[in-house]
Ligand binder design. Structure first.
Ligand code: SF4
Length: 468
């Protein structure tokens, strides 16, 4: 038998399926800093625990066997029941069955059979995307995976033995590849992946990994190395031109595209939370629900006026948010967003959730204009680094303005902190005030960024006209 510290658990085995090297580090360096779960992972784990707890309520007569892990005999005795043989049900906090769930179930079937239990059926019980609050009777959907699990079981003993052998030896040599991010991002990416030079070919906007590898194999490591007769998309061509010239490229068509941004404008941004188990009417599992917005609105006689709204507490925020939104956008001819399909989705949700304001909300939706394609189709700055996210484009287009000075500086953290603010009972009143302030300033920065970016684009057009 393997020494205690080298024994496999379910999560270790699944990590080993992704990569033996990752498993080796997990086992031999359990205190590695990369293995400390970050806020995003902690949120997923917390919500997963809540889903597991809920799932037990959906199994009539079910009882939690919650004995310490070393009480093997008592666990087996408590689990022994059922004249129809045994079934294993794995609960997953996802909205669908995923291929990586199968080895997870298979390992449990393997262990139970080796312990002498004749397991005959296996199922995955996942969240049901058709479920709508408040009717949670169909919160879960079950899928029978008995047949595919039997397939996985065929190779499982060999894989277990291989993992155990590997763990007793030195760190295995495993080349980097697609497996580093599938099915999950490996925590050791920074250890294995080489630091790429600036403007590496993989930084071409949304380039497929396969294509970047091919460019590399052809001897083109960076954008500077690409031959001039290479066939490239229009955006890639602009990126190559900007990078090789070392300065921003602005297309003459920008002037025409700016016409749709007709004043008075409102600049709008939402923040959302996503709950595994829905809490508000009409919501499904993991739905992104708007709970905050910031809006800078141009108003006659008042200049640029800032409106903001942020949920307080666990109640349904949508009616009050929708009302504040309608008031904020009341005078706008066009409503500017960055990646407007997100704002469109939020506004549609609000219209469904608050029918008395549906007409006004639909009017706002019709006024949406998107700043992101305006930049993507007309401008490239070498500092964009192949990304048109506002976090990359803002500091390049508006030097001195970024998210670096804020307590909350990215959308993922904002979402987690919003959940904290709304649902945590552990916050003191002072912490609550501070967190609200940090969230308000973050969302405000998003709309202020759009104000400044649009102004910059107009300046660029004016400069072009002066040149002609
Ligand atoms: S980065 Fe890739 S090769 Fe390195 S341990 Fe992780 S999965 Fe394995």
């Amino acid at each position: 038998m393997a020494p205690k510290s080298l024994r496999l658990s379910k999560s270790r085995f699944l990590a080993g399926l992704q990569c033996h090297k990752q498993l080796w580090w997990r086992v031999h360096e359990p205190d590695a800093p990369e293995l400390v779960p970050d806020a995003a992972l902690r949120n997923v784990l917390n919500q997963g625990n809540e889903v597991g707890r809920r799932a037990r309520e959906y199994v009539p007569g079910g009882e939690l066997v919650d004995l310490p892990f070393y009480e093997f005999d008592n666990k087996v005795a408590q689990t022994r029941r059922g004249p129809r043989g045994y079934g294993v049900v794995e609960v997953k906090a996802t909205n669908s069955l995923k291929p990586e769930h199968l080895p997870d179930v298979a390992l449990q079937v393997h262990v139970l059979r080796r312990a002498g239990l004749p397991v005959e059926r296996a199922a995955v019980m996942h969240l049901n995307p058709e479920c709508r609050y408040p009717d949670l009777s169909n919160l879960f959907a079950r899928e029978d995976v008995s047949a595919p699990v039997e397939g996985v079981l065929l190779g499982l003993p060999d894989e277990l033995a291989a993992q155990q052998r590997m763990l007793e030896g030195p760190l295995p040599q495993v080349p980097i590849g697609d497996h580093c991010t599938r099915p999950h991002d490996c925590p050791f990416l920074e250890r294995c992946w080489p630091k790429l030079p600036d403007h590496h070919v993989s930084s071409l906007y949304r380039i497929e990994r396969k294509k970047a590898l091919q460019y590399e194999a052809d001897g083109y490591a960076t954008i500077y190395d690409l031959p001039s007769d290479l066939e490239l998309s229009v955006i890639h061509q602009r990126q190559v031109r900007a990078v090789t010239a070392g300065r921003m490229v602005v297309e003459p068509a920008l002037a025409g595209a700016l016409v749709q941004f007709a004043s008075p404008l409102a600049f709008l941004d939402f923040e959302t939370v996503s709950l595994a188990i829905p809490r508000w009417d009409g919501c499904r599992p993991w739905q992104n629900v708007p709970v905050q917005f910031s809006c800078h609105a141009e108003e006659r006689g008042r200049g640029l006026v800032h409106y903001e709204w942020l949920a307080d507490g666990a109640g349904d925020p949508r009616p009050a948010l929708a009302e504040a939104l309608v008031a904020a956008c009341a005078g706008a001819r066009k409503v500017v967003a960055y990646y407007a399909s997100f704002e469109r989705d939020c506004i549609r949700q609000l219209a469904e959730a608050v029918p008395r304001l549906a007409k006004e909300l639909q009017r706002i939706e019709k006024k949406l204009v998107d700043l992101l394609p305006l930049v993507r189709n007309h401008v490239y700055h070498p500092d964009f680094g192949g990304s048109f996210s506002i976090k990359r484009t803002l500091p390049a287009l508006v030097p001195g303005l970024s998210y670096a000075d804020l307590k909350i500086g990215d959308g993922e953290t904002a979402t987690l902190e919003l959940m904290h603010l709304m649902f945590s009972e552990e916050l003191s009143p002072v912490e609550r005030v501070e967190l609200r302030e940090a969230l308000l300033r973050y969302c405000e920065r998003d709309t202020w960024a759009m104000v400044k970016m649009l102004a910059k684009l107009r300046t660029l057009v004016a400069e072009q006209l002066e040149l002609f």
